[in-house]
Design a protein around this ligand. Structure first.
Ligand SMILES: *Cc1c(COP(=O)(O)O)cnc(C)c1O
Length: 418
């Protein structure tokens, strides 16, 4: 069954109308289909069922505890990029033994906590970081499992802000340096080289860049074998694209099948770190039209959601489908859907043909990934409610912030303190 469908002109997620969600929880509200998240995760699993693998959901795509818990219950691993994300995984019931820790700037405190929790692997991005981890592990009598993040220098063909696998990007190290770092790690008593990884970018719409990266990592693995260093897993990162507009990314199944075909006789565990492809299409953001403002040049539909709630359009000029929750008859006009924030970049969609009236509800589709997670309080706007839909049921999984939440951490100095 489709995650979103229309009945009598009204948009539903699973078996719940978006009107009902707005009536109960107000607007703006993010909603996520539980079954869509489970289906995407299980698509990865089934495509790889007869080879050793671990799907480490990239927490930054959507880090709500309820979503992490759904995935943890299915046996997911997790890719984290901060200690905050690691603590979220633990709070959600995830297994630290299935966590890989990525990121170019892990602090000593973060690495120490991850060592204590005995995570699966540290994805190391520089020589300095490797040495820092080695010192911490030695001092605490532990052995750190490591992988070197290789920058395979492939063009993922995606937006420059989310492309990470080119030599000019800050991520990973080149193959020659990776080889040296593996030799250092192999000789260090507190380091255990267990895998190799890369992550070349996000919203990638072709299989070819992934295959190029896979070949690059396999060459390195074979090279290391001749030096007596045997790695157990190969981690290709995340990055599989989703359908926002006219994109035709490979399906999860086809993508994973290509990787499996190449790896089947390699005696390696395949680790993947998908984020967007698990949650993007499961989510939507409901917003209400406040005012219609036709002008000589443009017609603006001013809505109650804004760039602080959903940053992707402002940040990457990303296009997300916008659907009226209830279709109405009348004359369609072309609208720019904009928020109340004092920035010209505060738009959610431009040039959208719709029949609109004030008070109408709109649903911004494909909002499950990099939506709530990138939300801010800019313009002193509370972060919105989050709801999980499961069949006919809805669960509030994230409370709308109250205004007092927004300044409770702030202090006015009294002047008589020194
Ligand atoms: C962001 C990120 C991911 C997830 O990318 P998606 O495009 O959401 O699949 C995976 N691994 C690393 C290291 C990342 O930074």
């Amino acid at each position: 069954m489709a995650t979103f469908s229309r009945h009598d002109g009204v948009l539903y997620c699973e078996e719940v109308s978006l009107e009902a969600i707005a009536a109960t929880h107000g607007t703006p509200t993010y909603l996520y289909s539980r079954s869509a998240i489970e289906t995407a995760f299980l698509d990865y699993r089934s495509a790889l069922s007869d080879m050793p693998h671990l799907i480490c959901y990239a927490v930054k795509a959507n880090s709500n505890l309820a979503i992490l818990n759904v995935l943890a219950q299915l046996g997911a691993g997790f890719d984290v990029v901060s200690i905050g994300e690691l603590e979220r995984v633990v709070a959600a019931g995830g297994d630290p033994g299935k966590v890989v820790f990525s990121g170019v700037g892990k602090t000593p405190a973060e690495m120490q906590r991850a060592l204590d929790l005995e995570i699966k692997c540290f994805n190391i991005e520089s020589e300095a970081e490797l040495l820092s981890l080695a010192a911490l592990a030695s001092a605490s009598g532990r052995v750190a499992p490591i992988s070197i993040r290789v920058n395979p220098n492939v063009d993922a063909g995606t937006h420059p802000y989310i492309s990470t696998g080119l030599r000019e990007n800050k991520f990973g190290v080149d193959v020659a340096l990776a080889r040296q770092l593996y030799q250092m790690a192999d000789e260090h008593a507190a380091l255990n080289p267990v895998g190799v990884d890369c992550h070349i970018g996000s919203q990638i719409e072709e299989v070819a860049p992934f295959v190029q990266s896979l070949e690059c990592l396999l060459d390195l693995i074979h090279d290391l074998r001749t030096l007596g260093i045997r790695l157990h897993h190969i981690d290709l990162g995340g990055g599989l694209g989703v359908h926002y507009q006219a994109e035709t990314p490979p399906s999860i199944h086809d993508y994973a099948a290509v990787l499996k075909a190449r790896l089947k006789d390699q005696d390696l565990e395949l680790v993947l770190e998908p984020g967007r492809s698990i949650v993007a299409e499961a989510g939507a953001l409901i917003t209400e039209v406040l005012y219609l403002k036709p002008t000589l040049d443009k017609h603006f539909a001013i809505v109650d959601a804004a760039m602080n709630d959903l940053l992707r359009p402002a940040l990457y000029s990303a296009w997300q489908d916008i659907q009226p929750v209830r279709l109405r008859d009348g004359e369609s006009r072309v609208w720019d859907v904009v928020g109340p924030i004092c920035e010209t970049s505060d738009f959610l969609g431009k040039d959208r043909a719709m029949v609109l009236s004030p008070g109408d509800l709109l649903s911004i589709m494909g909002a499950g990934a990099y939506g709530f997670g990138m939300a801010s309080n800019y313009n002193t706007r509370p972060r919105v409610a989050e709801v999980m839909v499961q069949g006919e049921a809805t669960h509030l999984i994230g409370q709308r912030e109250s205004l007092s939440d927004l300044w409770q951490r702030e202090v006015i100095p009294t002047g008589d303190e020194s």
